[in-house]
Design a binder for this molecule. Structure first.
Ligand SMILES: [Zn+2]
Length: 167
């Protein structure tokens, strides 16, 4: 996509501090690093979110992520690695080209996991059962399937009413 910042980095039209490249993915330093060595891994092809990626492409992206994680850990001499990935505005995704954060973590910064960005919530057992059932019954290809299905089958609209959760 022409107006996509990350596509322009892939095309070499915008400079980035590239640290990794293979046939499908590149890795480059985040310009707003959370720690020195904070790297973004992106597919060369444009997909907005991970839900837009064919399964094989997503698999290849995470193969690259694993390699980059090993390189970042060694290259920064860090004690840990956090991996983070956000999809959609509600999740805080800013650049609309799927990207995975590989962040070196150091013992002296305190053991805060990425889960620490959201406080944990008390959810009663019945609601937990309800949401587990809702997730289990959902298609793993819901995003793709949704596009192919006819809009507003009666079953579907009823179901979407059943699964609204207030957190
Ligand atoms: Zn793009």
């Amino acid at each position: 996509m022409q107006d996509c910042l990350f596509c322009q980095i892939v095309a070499g039209k915008i400079q980035a501090k590239k640290v990794y490249e293979d046939d499908h993915s590149i890795g480059f330093l985040d310009i707003n690093p959370r720690n020195p060595g904070h790297t973004l891994v992106i597919p060369k092809k444009h997909f907005e979110t991970i839900l837009d990626m064919p399964e094989k492409e997503a698999g290849k992206l995470f193969e690259s992520v694993q390699k980059v994680a090993a390189m970042v850990k060694t290259g920064t001499n860090s004690q840990g690695i956090s991996i983070g990935q956000s999809n959609g505005q509600a999740a805080g995704q800013v650049v609309r080209h799927v990207h995975v954060h590989v962040i070196p973590r150091f013992a002296n910064e305190g053991p805060v996991g990425l889960e620490g960005i959201l406080p944990s919530k008390k959810i009663d057992d019945l609601s937990m059962d309800k949401i587990a059932a809702s997730i289990k019954s959902a298609s793993a290809h819901a995003h793709h399937a949704h596009k192919e299905e006819e809009p507003k089958s009666e079953k579907k609209s009823k179901k979407s009413e059943d699964i609204s959760f207030e957190f």
